[in-house]
Design a binder for this molecule. Structure first.
Ligand code: GSH
Length: 288
């Protein structure tokens, strides 16, 4: 559970915010997971939009709420919680109407969500390469510098997570995008994980059991992103594909995982460019 201490919070105005406030971005996978969860649980919340493409997450105002510079963030009656999976577990306990993180499956759920969190940067690699042109995905140098120089305290101690984020964006600038070897690695990580999940889904209706849990929501979000960028899983992972198509019937699942309209338009045009320059995901998939 990552809850900020009073001394970590530099943007003091959030201390006055009442109710459930979520700082999020429409196209962020972690925000999408949280929003589907909130919709499934019927929880009322107030949204604060943080545009990651414009670099809002590296503004002093946002870094004063989350020194890690990432969304989503929960502000619950002035208390600041970060890390999407921790936020979800906290809210699942607070609003026990429809439990999505059941105690009797807690160990299995934790294992799956830890893995999901670990491969988040792999999803980001694929997103940054295949959703939009590199120049649009690059952060401004001045924003990165601001992030680098900002306070680095989470729960009262110096935090290592910020360096992981910093390194990612610095490398992205330095390499002018995602390197080919990183792309291959990330694709392989997903191939392996999807086989494992396909196997789980051959035994039961959902990933953890016969009931929907937060793990299904988390993986639906990843699958939807993979599908958007052209990852084909229909024939290779039949159980996964069936489960995915079933979940797609839920309107909230589709609504919350749609890219913001400007990004959707850019992405469609960019796909044509990738096709004519032989850089589509399918090309990488066939090489792997
Ligand atoms: N482990 C964190 C990861 C959060 C994260 O990396 N969020 C992404 C969006 S999905 C972000 O804010 N990225 C900032 C950026 O790319 O500049 C969590 O689960 O909350």
């Amino acid at each position: 559970m990552v809850k900020l201490l009073e001394t970590d919070i530099k943007t003091r105005e959030v201390k006055e915010w009442q109710g459930i406030n979520i700082l999020h971005f429409q196209g962020s996978s972690c925000s999408q997971k949280l929003r589907i969860f909130l919709s499934e649980k019927n929880i009322d919340w107030k949204g604060h939009h943080i545009n990651l493409v414009n670099g809002d997450n590296f503004s002093d105002w946002f870094l004063g709420i989350n020194p890690r510079g990432v969304v989503p963030v929960l502000v619950d009656n002035g208390e600041v919680h970060i890390e999407s999976n921790d936020i979800i577990r906290y809210l699942d306990n607070k609003f026990p109407s429809k439990i999505l993180w059941p105690e009797d499956e807690a160990n299995k759920i934790e294992k799956f969500l830890e893995e999901e969190n670990d491969i988040h940067l792999d999803l980001r690699n694929l997103t940054m390469k295949f959703v939009a042109p590199t120049f649009l995905m690059k952060k401004k140098e001045k924003d990165i510098k601001n992030f680098e120089e900002s306070s680095n305290f989470v729960e009262g101690v110096e935090d290592n997570q910020k360096n992981i984020q910093l390194e990612f964006h610095k490398n992205f600038l330095k390499n002018d995008g995602i390197s080919s070897s990183s792309l291959h690695n990330s694709i392989n990580v997903f191939k392996e994980k999807l086989s494992e999940i396909d196997n789980e889904l051959s035994k039961q209706k959902f990933i953890i059991s016969d009931e929907l849990t937060i793990v299904d929501i988390a993986w639906f979000v990843y699958l939807r992103r993979l599908e958007t960028i052209g990852f084909t899983f229909k024939n290779k992972y039949p159980h996964l594909s069936k489960w995915y198509n079933q979940l797609k019937k839920n309107k909230a699942f589709i609504k919350e995982t749609s890219l913001p309209t400007p990004l959707k338009i850019i992405s469609s045009i960019y796909k044509i460019y990738l096709f004519f320059t032989a850089q589509t995901l399918n090309k990488y998939l066939s090489k792997n």
